[in-house]
Design a protein around this ligand. Structure first.
Ligand code: NDP
Ligand code: 8X3
Length: 251
């Protein structure tokens, strides 16, 4: 059975993807920083389905940790068929002039550089085997900018651009690259963005029905299971109440 590597699997979209792929019989490599959550998910999935899970608790921002984790992989886990680059975050929602440099660096280091480090390592085996699928989780914030979204939007625009560049360069090797751009989804995303302020986070999703992590896992699973000659290049998924990154109808 195929091996799927999911970054950011301890919560939200990544965790929902882990459940969906596990239910379909895929073996899973799960990454995030919170090792305890990964272990709990491994136990849950291995007891529910006839699959194997290997946890990789590293920080995607740390390239030497990324390389060490892949160098330490047991042989049976080295042929990664599908990479879901999902680890990411927003920190802060300030006007550019009020933004915090450390927050900006965290977003660029995680959303762009982390994706770059993990992909660089994983793509080597895909090139040798002339097969593989890289699914990058960008955002509607990677298509359109919104007020006080500045650096988060810039990091996700970079992900969308990198997906296009990867797709072009990897064409000769038959490697698919899919860019997924979700709109507002209720996960731990806004709790992280507002630095633990759960009231402020909950307000983001008041008055309309936001996407659920399972909605994003559904489209990622669909993209990953198309025939070999079919690649879904860009998938935008919004709540019905949202039309673009700035417009939400709150009834
Ligand atoms: P969550 O906060 O629920 O999950 C984020 C995941 O990323 C966690 O598993 C977290 O794990 C992991 N992560 C964060 N930083 C790092 C790091 N440095 N190294 C390894 N893992 C890391 O949010 P979502 O599920 O919503 O977010 C997933 C992706 O989807 C992100 O890229 C986000 O930008 C994007 N997105 C989210 C939308 C939304 O509205 N929710 C909409 C569009 C895109 P841990 O903390 O354990 O390391
Ligand atoms: C997450 C969705 O609209 O908060 O990428 O940027 S949004």
């Amino acid at each position: 059975m195929s091996i799927v590597l999911i970054t950011g699997a301890s919560s939200g979209f990544g965790k929902a993807c882990a459940k969906q792929f596990a239910a379909a019989g895929y073996d899973l490599l799960l990454n995030a920083r919170r090792a305890d959550r990964l272990e709990a998910l491994k136990t849950e999935l291995e007891s529910a389905y006839p699959i194997k899970v290997y946890t990789m608790p590293f920080d995607v921002r740390d390239n030497s940790a990324v390389e060490a984790a892949f160098n330490a992989l047991p042989e049976a886990w080295t042929q990664i068929d599908i990479l879901i680059n999902n680890a990411g975050l927003a920190v802060g929602r300030d006007a550019f002039q009020d933004g915090d440099l450390a927050d900006w660096e965290t977003m660029i280091d995680t959303n762009l550089k982390g994706l770059m480090y993990v992909s660089k390592v994983v793509v080597k085996g895909m090139i040798t085997r002339k097969a593989g699928h890289i699914i990058n989780v960008s955002s509607v914030a990677g298509q359109e900018v919104y007020p006080q979204g500045n650096l988060y939007c810039a990091s996700k625009h970079a992900v969308t651009a990198l997906s296009k560049g990867m797709r072009m360069d990897l064409l000769p090797y038959g490697i698919k690259v899919t860019n997924v751009s979700p709109g507002l989804a209720e996960t731990e995303f806004s709790i992280v963005r507002f630095k633990g302020d759960t009231e402020k986070a909950a307000k983001v999703y008041e008055g309309f029905e936001a996407l659920k992590p399972e909605d994003i896992a559904d489209v990622i699973f669909f993209a990953a299971t198309r025939p070999a000659h079919v690649n879904l290049e860009e998938i935008t998924i919004l709540p019905t109440a949202q039309s673009d990154s700035r417009t939400v109808f709150k009834g």
